[in-house]
Design a protein around this ligand. Structure first.
Ligand SMILES: Cc1cc2nc3c(=O)[nH]c(=O)nc-3n(C[C@H](O)[C@H](O)[C@H](O)COP(=O)(O)OP(=O)(O)OC[C@H]3O[C@@H](n4cnc5c(N)ncnc54)[C@H](O)[C@@H]3O)c2cc1C
Length: 291
């Protein structure tokens, strides 16, 4: 199908993009890699009067390290994360998750920030940024604001963002000390969206869990932060019983739906199994055991 007619602008500066969005916000759509927006245009599920293509703003294409965080610019593509030796050492969870996204064609064009803004409840980055406690930096002509990942997703394909805002970067707090993460995804075939996916990031203080983030994908109207499970782990020695209890709490937090990928009971049980496995893998990595 062909998209409805729209105007197209590819601004040469962020200022120009923000001015256009201020003027035309409700009628306009930002485009980064176009890997989700273009299919939506073609299906006429999105019919903006104006597409503002930010793809020619190279200043947004970098990964930089800053004050204990790593900043992922709005034009950093999935493939850039996948191939980044810097991220492999600073935040391996991101690199592990990037391998699971779609196929090389989509990973070559699509951006991490675009995925987060698209807010597909089955998107892989949603769980990852919740587990990592990321911040989303949004700019409009009049201000810049920093939004916590928890609370960013409002519903399927719906976020905290206003029509005149562009996300310029994600800020990911860098794991420190004895830290480890894991991304587990159940898919029907290679490159498919998740049936269930789980992201775990934890840090140890001696034998106890000092910090943990658990994000779930494809089991609710948004990606879900499993806060009760996180609380059950912090300050505890991660014994098999503690891990099993946390996994049960994560499964209870999931709100899956019956669909062609599986029943509610099956998906909930897969959350339980994957959180258990994810925690064990992340623990092994935090303890320096390769897995
Ligand atoms: C065949 C196929 C398979 C896929 N499989 C997977 C998969 O397995 N896992 C997965 O997670 N995803 C998958 N996707 C989705 C895809 O990876 C992402 O949604 C896509 O990469 C989004 O990034 P983009 O830069 O292409 O965003 P675009 O398509 O350009 O934009 C997507 C949305 O985000 C908004 N947006 C983009 N950038 C910004 C910004 N900086 N500020 C404000 N708003 C912005 C746009 O307005 C639009 O609403 C798949 C897509 C396809 C086509």
């Amino acid at each position: 199908m062909f998209p409805a007619a729209f105007d197209y602008h590819a601004p040469a500066s962020l200022g120009e993009a923000l001015a256009l969005l201020k003027e035309r916000g409700d009628d306009a759509k930002v485009m980064a890699g176009g890997q989700s927006l273009i299919p939506l245009l073609k299906l006429r599920l999105a019919q903006p009067a104006l597409v503002v293509d930010i793809g020619r703003l190279p200043a947004l294409a970098s990964v930089t390290r800053h004050d204990g965080s790593v900043r992922i610019g709005a034009l950093v593509r999935h493939v850039d994360v996948e191939r980044s030796p810097e991220l492999a050492s600073l935040c391996p969870l991101m690199v592990e998750a990037s391998h699971w996204i779609a196929d090389p064609l989509v990973r070559n064009r699509g951006t991490v920030v675009g995925s987060v803004c698209h807010a597909d409840p089955a998107g892989d980055w949603g769980a990852v940024i919740l587990a990592l406690g990321a911040e989303i930096v949004a700019r409009s002509e009049s201000r810049e604001r920093v939004i916590q990942a928890e609370g960013f997703f409002q519903g399927p394909f719906s976020t905290e963002l206003k029509a005149d805002e562009v996300v310029t970067e994600l800020r990911i707090p860098l794991p420190t000390g004895h830290a480890g993460g894991a991304y587990l995804k159940l898919e029907r075939k290679v490159g498919d969206f998740a049936t269930v996916a789980v992201a775990v990031q934890l840090a140890l203080d001696g034998r106890k869990v000092a910090k943990v983030g658990i994000g779930l994908t494809a089991v609710g109207a948004t990606s879900i932060k499993a806060t009760a499970a996180e609380r059950a782990l912090v300050g505890q020695e991660p014994t098999a019983e503690v891990i099993a209890e946390a996994a049960g709490l994560a499964a209870a937090a999931a709100e899956p739906r019956d669909d062609m990928r599986g029943s509610v009971a099956y998906k909930r049980d897969m959350v339980r199994v994957f959180v258990q496995r994810g925690l064990r893998t992340a623990l092994g990595r935090a303890e320096g055991v390769r897995s």
